[in-house]
Design a binder for this molecule. Structure first.
Ligand code: SAM
Length: 235
């Protein structure tokens, strides 16, 4: 099955055992992937379901439902204070490949960017492409940005961490308990978190953690954090 091409479809495109393909999907399957009528591909709904499908005229026939076991055992919510420029594109792409469940952009004291609806749309598209590429069953959810304070109040739980490069905090690798069901991890912008933000996070139950003695870029830190969590969950 590994060599079959994959495309993401919306659940409403399926009726009975037929997938109605959009013009863009038909173009992508026939012109970009060079598939012909009768060729097989994998359709995924981004919500855990995969189907083996066969290309027909403007539709595809579902041949069978497939089992996918590529998800981590832990649900990771990555809270990111948005970096400058297109840095978030890379974070979304790499963290999707690594298995993140949800990306929650936050507007922090030193965040320069308040993203446009087009940027959000772009990140959601990148997440869908990266999920297809990495054979994920789920496309991570990219939430609308909210203020840091709102995000902190909404995410109180047992396994919430905030990455802070300065200070004598324990390494993330040493604090992750084996196989928690959910983890929330927050990483800051280029200028870092402010002291009041760190204090508010602690008050909301977030544990400050280190990712090592070197200061990582705002784009590198989330990738390292998600890598460490996924390595500890061993899937
Ligand atoms: N200007 C900040 C400073 O000098 O401390 C550095 C900010 S860093 C570029 C961006 C974010 O990445 C930080 O807010 C933090 O969340 C995370 N980060 C970078 N290096 C880290 C480390 N060694 N340990 C924990 N978090 C780190």
């Amino acid at each position: 099955m590994a060599q079959l091409q994959r495309i993401a479809i919306a659940p409403f495109q399926i009726q009975e055992n037929l997938i109605t393909l959009t013009k863009e999907q038909q173009h992508y399957l026939r012109r970009v992937l060079r598939l012909r009528t009768g060729d097989r591909f994998i359709a995924m709904d981004g919500k855990g379901k995969w189907w083996l499908a066969q290309l027909a005229a403007e539709q595809a026939q579902i041949l069978e439902t497939l089992t996918v076991e590529t998800e981590l055992s832990v649900a990771i919510t990555l809270m990111i204070a948005l970096p400058k420029g297109n840095g978030c594109d890379e974070i979304v792409r790499y963290c999707t490949e690594l298995g993140v469940t949800c990306i929650a952009p936050v507007l922090s004291d030193r965040t320069l960017l308040n993203p446009s609806p087009q940027k959000l749309e772009r990140w959601r598209r990148i997440a869908a492409e990266a999920a297809e590429q990495s054979e994920r069953a789920f496309v991570p959810t990219i939430l609308d940005p909210v203020a840091f304070t709102t995000a902190m109040t909404a995410s109180q739980g047992n396994h919430c961490y905030i990455c802070e490069g300065r200070g004598n905090y324990p390494h993330l690798n040493n604090v992750i308990k084996s196989d928690p069901p959910e983890i929330v991890i927050a990483t800051g912008p280029e200028g870092g978190w402010t002291q009041p933000e760190i204090e508010q996070a602690i008050a909301s139950g977030f544990q400050p953690v280190s990712l090592g003695r070197r200061i990582l870029r705002a784009v590198t830190a989330p990738v390292v954090a998600v890598t460490l969590i996924s390595a500890n969950c061993q899937v």
